[in-house]
Design a protein around this ligand. Structure first.
Ligand code: DAH
Length: 340
């Protein structure tokens, strides 16, 4: 019987199959109910105890070897089938749709506003988010004890109140005026920070766009026309504007600008609180003190400035009622802006 086992070892090494069917036939021949291995096990049962001791182990090894070989033969055809079936796939078909992101609504609004002003000749300038006292406050004519300088409103970076996270993009005005000679016509978008409780209406950081125009004989009328053009481009051609007197330390005179409510067309709605007008920005003529602080001759030059919140513009445009949605990165919210 040992000789039979040895012969089978040899045979098994040499067998091969040309098809899945041949492999199956070999399985039946060796491992089937009436197969060679089964037959050997039947013979094994007839042996004496002594013989069983010497034959048992080689017989089991043989069985394992046969099983592995047949399995290998079969697998060879299974993988062949896969290859041939993938070869029959149409590789010229477009791939399955992968996940596509979308432009963040704050970014899209920023881009749109910048484009409108760039068509009117404004160039782009940016400044740092960590700002010193001079650029964020002093050069802009903020008095020593102005409430905006307070710990409650501003995130200070050091204890000496020397550096803070900028509270507005007006700081960029100062940097531009210090570094360029008039005529200056620039817009400065960027993130600003305020020590505010987070709610549906306010956040501790948001985005602004600042505008600045300095030249000889820049007038308030020119400011008004620029802002009207902007409002009509952004909210629609029928949009009207109105300027209300206001106060900012860095402009004199100062104003706040409202646009006619583009939702209800001044019929009265929640957005305009039934007034027909929606406030969108602050503006004014650059205070001569600010010009001199930045090394510009206030006798020769005048200028206007304006600043608006990008979140506010986006919320109005898309009627979004909670500012926190912009920063939560919730796909359900963001995917609604896929077409932007
Ligand atoms: N800096 C102001 C703010 O953060 C916005 C502003 C108002 C900017 C009037 C200006 C301006 O340039 O002229 O509320």
């Amino acid at each position: 019987m040992l000789n039979q086992i040895k012969d089978l070892h040899k045979q098994i090494k040499e067998i091969s199959a040309a098809s899945a069917q041949q492999a199956e036939e070999l399985r039946i021949k060796y491992l089937g109910q009436k197969g060679i291995v089964k037959h050997l096990f039947d013979q094994f049962k007839q042996l004496s105890k002594e013989e069983k001791k010497s034959i048992g182990a080689p017989l089991n090894i043989l069985k394992k070897e046969v099983q592995e070989k047949i399995e290998a033969l079969k697998q060879q055809f299974e993988s062949h089938t896969n290859v041939s079936s993938s070869a029959s796939k149409d590789l010229t078909l477009p791939g399955s749709d992968s996940f596509k992101g979308s432009i963040h609504p704050i970014w899209a609004t920023k881009q749109q506003i910048c484009e409108i002003f760039s068509k009117m000749g404004f160039c782009l300038s940016e400044g740092p988010e960590v700002e010193d006292d001079w650029h964020n406050f002093t050069a802009l004519n903020f008095p020593e004890h102005h409430p905006a300088r307070d710990m409650q409103d501003t995130f200070f970076v050091d204890n000496n109140k020397g550096y803070s996270l900028r509270t507005h993009t007006s700081s960029v005005q100062v940097r531009v005026m210090e570094n360029q000679k008039p005529p200056i016509k620039t817009i400065s978008p960027g993130r600003v920070y305020r020590n505010e409780a987070i709610s549906a209406r306010s956040h501790c950081f948001f985005h602004q766009i600042e505008g600045l125009y300095i030249d000889e004989k820049v007038s308030f009328a020119s400011l008004k026309q620029t802002l009207l053009t902007f409002a009509q481009e952004f909210f629609g051609a029928e949009t009207k504007i109105r300027l209300r007197p206001s106060y900012f330390p860095f402009t004199e005179p100062s104003a706040e600008m409202d646009v006619s409510c583009f939702i209800c067309k001044q019929e009265g709605c929640n957005i305009c609180k039934y007034s027909g007008w929606v406030e969108i920005l602050g503006c004014g003529m650059v205070d001569p003190n600010v010009l001199s602080n930045c090394g510009i001759d206030s006798e020769t030059y005048s200028g206007y400035a304006f600043g608006m919140g990008i979140e506010r513009m986006t919320m109005l445009k898309y009627q979004i009622n909670d500012i926190r949605l912009f920063y939560e990165n919730d796909q359900r919210f963001l995917s609604q802006f896929k077409t932007l």
